[in-house]
Design a protein around this ligand. Sequence first.
Ligand SMILES: [Zn+2]
Ligand SMILES: [Zn+2]
Length: 173
Amino acid sequence: MSAPTVQNFPKPKSVTGGCLCGSIRYRVDFPDGHDFLQSSGSCQCTQCRRGTGSLFFTAHSIPLKSLTYLTATDALKKFYATPGITRGFCAHCGSFLYWRDESSNTVDLAVGCVDPELLVGEGEEGVGFGFALANMAGANIWCRNEIRGVTDGMVGRERGSRWAERSVDGVKM
Ligand SMILES: [Zn+2]
Ligand SMILES: [Zn+2]
C-alpha cells in the first residue's frame, strides 16, 4: 500500500497496547463509525510535556467503554496536575498511558503505548494503524508553546486545527 492519506488509510477494529514493563496491557475496541480523523490530536502544554517527557502528547480520543484492561491494574496509578483531570501511568516503569477528564465519558490514549507492530505495520511496504491513530486531523492544542524550528512544523500544519491554548477558549493559530 502507498503512503496513507486522510482519504485512504487502514482503520483498525481494535488495537492492543501497554506500558513499557508489561504490567498493564489493554485492548481498545473502536465503535462502528469511529471518526479516526477528528479523534486524533495533540497537546503541547507544559503538563503534557512533563507528564510524557515528550515535546507533545499524541492523543487519540476514544469512548471510555471501548477500553478493556487485559491485566490487573494494581500498577496503574493516577496523577492529578489539575483537579478532575487524570493522568494514568504505570507505577513500575513510568509509562504514561492516558489523559482523562473525569467529567467526560472519553479517554485520550497515549498513542505511543499502542503495540509497535500495529503502529508501524509489517514488512517494508507495510502500513500499520499509526496513521489512523496519530494523523492529528482533529484538535492540536497549546500550539502557543510550540518550539520554533522543532515542533511548529510537526503538528496540525497541513491538517487539523491549531489552537493557541485549549480549544474551548476558541483562539485559533
Ligand atoms: Zn509498566
Ligand atoms: Zn496538555
